[in-house]
Design a binder for this molecule. Structure first.
Ligand code: FAD
Ligand code: UDP
Length: 365
């Protein structure tokens, strides 16, 4: 065996594992299907602007250890995510806060906003929310649901909000202060100069082979290492034995514009169902630079089929039952560890992936 560990995938999970294993003196090989490192957090340089190639990535966490860990590797800026939502030509602040309530109803005090929400959610009185629509109405009332949630959610997930699980919307904060910070975490930012710098640090001194699909040459790769850490899709590993797990996919349309500033904000969501994209991001506002041009990306959600990029796991009951069947099979794969958002079929944020990789290696060796 030439290597102690073969790591399949150079996203956050694979890269943190590689970094930690190298510190422990292990010999590691990382293979990556794509032509670059970094998984979905990868950024590329466009004449000084750092492009989030696979959608906006904002690092946020409440875990001081994780924040210190990534800050020891690269410097982060003080970016605070404060997206706007566009509905029929009118802009609203997100997440739901006093600015949004003022824009929608003209109220100016928390008491007036609370009274409005109580009135608006009365249709749900005494009922336990059974789906996303009911959850949203009990949280912020019908007006807010119709304006800012329904269209966006149905585009994003490709099905009626009545058929979606309530937990998806529980991620969004509702507050009675004039605070447009999307996240409630203590720490938030973006690596200055892009995420790829973070991956270069994590993978420094480690052999990385790009354009290598593990599943296309599994036996050969397996023979090269004692243990395998697999961060690809769990159903693909087992050749879709029980059928494919469902994902939502996305198409990113990047445009270079010969103007300094297109929309004045990093993220603007489009919440009408008639507009086919869910958001436009303008990359230079994540990590500000002075350039005569700008790059924007429209994000179009769509159904997923085998061969498309899997972005969001659809963690409904049917898919979770299928995932459990695959997870049972992993127990028979001696010497293979399954981790990260695709192998665990989990809606993971980056800080959770770092934590999970650190837990694995600390417990593993
Ligand atoms: P990935 O990044 O997917 O890495 C897996 C890697 O394995 C990929 O590079 C893939 O090419 C490779 N691979 C797969 N199969 C094979 C194979 N057979 N052979 C070789 N290589 C293989 N998180 C946040 O914290 N903040 C955000 O703002 C945020 N925004 C997001 C926006 C979007 C649109 C999406 C989709 C996700 C967002 N996330 C965000 C989540 C974040 O992207 C993930 O938590 C993180 O990238 C997961 O890392 P990973 O290593 O588990 O997986
Ligand atoms: N959401 C919405 N309107 C918005 C933004 C989000 O209805 O303008 C809903 C939507 O259902 C989405 C969920 O909130 O799937 C979670 O949003 P978040 O921004 O956390 O999702 P992500 O960045 O992971 O796509």
């Amino acid at each position: 065996m030439k290597y102690d560990y073969l790591i399949v995938g150079s996203g956050i999970f694979g890269a943190v594992c590689a970094f930690e294993l190298r510190k422990l003196g292990k010999k590691v090989l990382v293979i990556e299907k794509r032509n670059h490192i970094g998984g979905n957090a990868y950024t590329r340089d466009d004449k000084g602007i750092q492009i989030h190639q696979y959608g906006a990535h904002i690092f946020h966490t409440n875990d001081k250890k994780i924040w210190d860990y990534v800050n020891e590797l690269v410097q982060f800026n003080r970016f605070t995510n404060s997206p706007l939502a566009m509905y029929k030509g009118k802009l609203f602040n997100l997440p739901f806060n006093m600015n949004t309530f003022h824009q929608l109803w003209g109220v100016t005090t928390p008491a007036a906003a609370q009274a409005k929400i109580i009135e608006q959610r009365s249709e749900m009185e005494g009922k336990e929310p059974q789906n996303l629509e009911e959850q949203a109405i009990s949280l912020v009332g019908r007006d807010m649901y119709e304006t800012l949630i329904k269209g966006y959610t149905e585009k994003q997930w490709g099905r009626s909000a009545k058929e979606l699980p309530a937990f998806i919307i529980k991620r969004l904060p509702v507050r009675f202060t004039y605070d447009n910070n999307y996240f409630t975490d203590n720490y938030q930012g973006i690596p200055i100069g892009g995420y790829t710098k973070l991956f270069e640090k994590l993978l420094n001194g480690i052999e990385v082979r790009l354009n290598c699909d593990y599943l296309a040459n599994k036996h050969e790769f397996d023979s090269m290492a004692d243990k395998v850490i697999y961060t690809g899709p769990i159903d693909a590993y087992f050749n879709y034995e029980f059928g494919p797990l469902e994902y939502r996919s996305l198409t990113f349309k990047h445009e270079v514009l010969q103007q300094e500033n297109f929309q004045g904000n990093a993220v603007i969501n489009y919440t009408e169902c008639d507009i086919p994209y869910t958001r436009i991001i303008e990359h230079k506002h994540f990590d500000p630079v002075d350039t005569p041009h700008t790059v924007v990306t429209k994000e179009y959600p769509h159904d997923w089929k085998v061969g498309d990029e899997p972005y969001y796991p659809v963690n409904d009951d049917r898919n979770m039952a299928l995932f459990k069947k695959y997870r049972e099979l992993t127990k028979k794969e001696s010497g293979v560890i399954f981790g990260g958002r695709l192998a665990e079929y989990k809606y993971y944020d980056m800080h959770q992936v770092v934590r999970s990789a650190l837990n694995l290696i600390n417990g593993e060796c």
